[in-house]
Design a protein around this ligand. Structure first.
Ligand code: NAD
Ligand code: MG
Length: 394
């Protein structure tokens, strides 16, 4: 029996995880659920899954959640200590890391240190703290399974003979990784008109239904940039061995090229329940509820290079990936702050990446030897981004 903690259970990945879990009551038990502020949704999940622990943002929300739960025997905790307690609960052996952004780093890292099975959706945690995170995984013997659809696809296309946390692919004849990207909602929109797109337009992803942050990241393709850095750490390949390919249909979720001329791909419906079920069931396969991909209905599968004039975020992410150290954390922090300003309609869409660029060029990269150095860089980049953004607003 796998006993699960879902960090970010009220989000898109969180809800999809509960959907898969509910199909297998004999295999999984929900031990802890965490949310930020959506307490009504969290309360409904608690009534359905009876977790031991539920975590919310602060004491006031915890009080409100307790009232909603009435007699239910779920302990309500809050804040970062609550998230850590949820991960560390003695019966939890599997942690779905599905908090969005840097907020997920500490509890996810804690799960790595504690040697749990980690289903990693929260790519920002790995982008920020790649070497420290992977080091923790190696030392504790934690199982790290990628949930991001591209990384999950690559994982499935790599040799399965190794344990999940000892990835040494050059030895297996891997030449390069190919990350596919849909191109988002603005793939064909005239570049000169991108200045005027609204948050709702940017969040209207053609193929995937996701949270607002990752949806905007998919439009700018910063998502693919973050995924490139995520793949570097997960699979221990250098930046120049990862290609980004636009594939608007989102049927092929990513590929691995081998030195013998083979190109292995994973295909499926664009539904996150497939990678989630893979992570939950590994090394076995379980039913995910995802409808079968009907090859007969596939008309065209198209592929093209990403135009960096349309998607300058890719250049910035590659730069941060090459610089390593605290650069990926700086890139990520600046992006989170600028994207939030865009969602609040305080800046234009095109200014998101301009701000990230300015922050990356002005906040010096340091060697990332400790978690503190990463958190310092994150804070510095946020402060710098806010300064620039305030200037743009006035
Ligand atoms: P979402 O916005 O739908 O959900 C985010 C969850 O995190 C919610 O439960 C929210 O309560 C919680 N949360 C937000 N801020 C928090 C904070 N400060 N402290 C504690 N909890 C907080 O996001 P999502 O689309 O589910 O994405 C979650 C993660 O998974 C992201 O890192 C994203 O990049 C990754 N991911 C998502 C998808 C997808 O299809 N949605 C695909 C691949 C990867
Ligand atoms: Mg992805």
């Amino acid at each position: 029996m796998r006993s699960i903690c879902i960090l970010g259970s009220t989000g898109s990945i969180g809800e999809n995880t509960l959907d898969v879990v509910a199909r297998h009551p004999d295999l999984y038990r929900v031990c802890a659920l965490t949310a930020n502020t959506q307490i009504e949704k969290l309360a409904k999940q608690c009534f359905k899954f009876h977790p031991d622990i539920a975590v919310v943002k602060d004491a006031e929300l915890a009080k409100q959640l307790k009232n909603l739960l009435g007699d239910l025997k779920t302990e309500v905790l809050y804040g970062s200590s609550g998230l850590i307690a949820a991960v560390m609960h003695e019966s939890v052996n599997t942690v779905m890391a599905a908090i969005v952004g840097a907020a997920g780093l500490l509890p996810t890292l804690q799960a790595a240190k504690a040697g749990k099975r980690i289903l990693l959706a929260n790519k920002e945690a790995l982008v920020m703290a790649g070497p420290i995170f992977m080091d923790a995984v190696e030392k504790s013997g934690a199982e790290l399974l990628p949930i991001d659809s591209e990384h999950n696809a690559i994982y499935q296309c790599l040799p399965q003979s190794q344990s999940s946390n000892k990835l040494n692919y050059p030895a297996y004849g891997v030449e390069e990784l190919l990350l596919t990207a849909s191109g988002g909602p603005f793939l064909r929109r005239a570049i000169e008109t991108l200045d005027s797109v609204t948050p709702d337009e940017a969040c209207a992803h053609p193929n995937w239904l996701m949270g607002r942050k990752i949806s905007v990241d998919s439009a700018t393709m910063m998502n693919k940039g973050l995924e490139l850095i995520e793949a570097m750490w997960l699979f221990r390949v250098p930046e120049n061995k990862i290609q980004i390919v636009i594939h608007p249909q989102s049927v092929i979720h990513s590929l691995v090229r081998y030195i013998d001329g083979s190109l292995l791909a994973q295909l499926g419906e664009p539904d996150m329940r497939t990678p989630i079920a893979y992570g939950l069931g590994w090394p076995h396969r379980i039913d995910s509820g995802v409808k079968k991909l009907d090859m007969m209905t596939l008309k065209d599968l198209n592929f093209m290079a990403a135009d960096v004039n349309r998607y300058p975020a890719i250049l910035l992410a590659r730069e941060a990936a090459r610089l390593k150290g605290t650069s990926p954390a700086i890139l990520n922090a600046a992006n989170e702050v600028a994207l939030e300003y865009f969602l609040q309609k305080s800046i234009k869409y095109t200014q998101i990446i301009q701000v990230v660029d300015q922050v990356l060029q002005t906040v010096a990269s340091q060697t990332a030897t400790s978690l503190e150095s990463i958190l310092d860089a994150d804070q510095l980049a946020r402060t710098k981004a806010v300064n620039i953004l305030q200037g743009l607003r006035s």
